[in-house]
Ligand binder design. Structure first.
Ligand code: ZN
Length: 457
């Protein structure tokens, strides 16, 4: 093995393919692991505002899945979990435990949720008077995340890895724009053992809201991302980690029994993952890099209660007039969307009038880029609209030649990150966003800034 490595290094030097740092990385080592994240105590289901009850059973197991890559100079950790989101505090707790056990710095650790709506919630829902369940769940989840990462690191073996992008059209649709703007990319990172070529991990990325199972369900489930991971693990072996893309405005097409539908869609996504996985060119020498920055984003500025009420009255009058004049259906539905935002603004302004400490002015947002060979994984802490991800992918390709996967719901959670167009036209996502409209642009430019920084290092 040593002489083979030496020979490879010489080839690289002769060919002039040395990295900017002037060092050739040692051979890749990789390990993967998964841990159950089904809470061993009663806790609330999350995902829907109208569901404030504890889970009653387990339809299918929930997992945190971890992949650790090590090229001798840099180690990266990818964690995917069957949760709706991971907030900044859970991210901090898990990273601290991982850094303590392995020495891997926080900026090299990505922690994400699949945006599974059939998972436990650690958000405070005071209607249940259940505030103490929240810290115990976070502590439990952070431990499972850390245990998965530490086990992955301690079982790392000589490996080869590579990335390719597949495409899946017909599984998703844009729910906000009523058009076909989706992200069909199925990004697949395959990692296999050199000895025997057994799969260590398949890390994949696809964009579509896991909302097939609705709010009346009280059974925990990994939803279609869990089913996709299961199907990939059954066929390829190893650990299959689903990372959610920019699905802020993307939902999945479904029809019929939700528990059968999650299996169908999971299999469909898995099929593309498995096909793509078989076409990947695997390498033993891979560049691994990480960069992270935390921005301070402006919160959505809210009018005072009187102004919010006046704007809603005006909006209602405009809708009534349009209905009387039999305006075209799209014009009426746009006014309805807009009024939904105005109604929500009244509720938010009311909450602040009653409790001024609820007013948000700034929100911290971590943006991170992890590079594995010729693919960059860019993380955003929330529900990014698809336009930003498509723009980032094309700019990364144009400026660096690398592939790009946007991982949403990672390292924090700020809710919906809408476009200026969506803010103007309204709709559900714009009505609940906490961020000022420039938030998405600021994070996109920060991600590009990190890509440039990695290119220089
Ligand atoms: Zn969502």
């Amino acid at each position: 093995m040593l002489s083979r490595r030496w020979f490879l290094s010489c080839c690289l030097i002769v060919a002039g393919f040395l990295q900017a740092t002037g060092s050739v990385e040692a051979a890749l080592r990789a390990g993967a692991s998964r841990k159950s994240i089904v809470p061993p105590f009663p806790t609330q289901m999350g995902g829907f505002h109208d569901r404030l009850t504890n889970f009653e059973g387990i339809h299918d197991e929930l997992f945190a899945r971890a992949l650790v890559l090590d090229n001798g100079t840099t180690k990266l950790v990818f964690i995917g979990s069957d949760l709706m989101s991971v907030d900044a505090e859970l991210t901090r707790l898990a990273r601290e435990a991982i850094t303590q056990a392995t020495g891997i710095p926080a900026a090299n650790i990505m922690i994400s949720g699949t945006h599974n709506h059939s998972a436990p919630s650690y958000y405070q829902k005071t209607a249940m008077g259940q505030d103490d369940a929240e810290p115990s769940l976070k502590k439990f989840l952070a431990k499972q995340f850390a245990d998965a990462a530490v086990e992955a690191a301690s079982t790392a073996k000589p490996a080869r890895a590579g990335f390719a992008a597949g495409s899946l059209v017909g599984a998703t649709r844009n729910r906000q724009q009523k058009n076909d703007l989706i992200d069909p990319q199925v990004g697949v990172l395959r990692v296999e053992e050199i000895e025997g070529r057994k799969t260590i991990a398949t890390l994949f990325n696809f964009a579509g809201h896991p909302v097939i199972i609705g709010s009346t369900n009280l059974m925990l489930s990994g939803e279609y991302p869990g089913a996709a991971s299961r199907a990939v693990e059954n066929l390829l072996g190893g650990v299959a980690i689903f990372t959610q893309g920019a699905c802020g405005d993307i939902t999945v097409n479904r029809n019929g029994d939700p528990f059968l539908e999650i299996e169908r869609l999971g299999r469909t996504v898995a099929g593309e993952v498995i096909k793509t996985s078989g076409l990947i060119k695997l390498e033993e020498d891979l560049v691994l890099k990480a960069a992270s920055t935390t921005l301070t984003l402006p919160a959505l500025a809210l009018p005072n209660l009187d102004d919010a009420k006046a704007a809603l009255e005006k909006g209602k009058a405009a809708l009534e007039l349009a209905q009387q004049q039999k305006a075209i259906p799209t014009a009426i539905s746009q006014l309805e969307d807009r009024n939904r935002v105005l109604s929500m603004t009244v509720l938010k302004a009311q909450a602040i009038a009653e409790n001024p400490s609820k007013k948000e002015t700034e929100l911290p947002a971590e943006v991170q880029i992890l590079q594995v060979g010729n693919v960059l994984f860019g993380t955003i802490p929330g529900e990014l609209f698809v336009e930003y991800a498509l723009e980032l992918r094309s700019r990364v390709k144009q400026e660096t030649g690398n592939s790009f996967c946007l991982v949403g719901y990672a390292n924090g959670y700020l809710g919906y990150i809408v476009t200026p167009r969506a803010m103007e036209t309204g709709g559900y996502e714009a009505s609940v966003t906490r961020l000022a409209v420039q938030g998405g642009r600021m994070m996109t430019e920060a991600a590009i800034g990190l890509v440039h920084e990695l290119g220089r290092n």
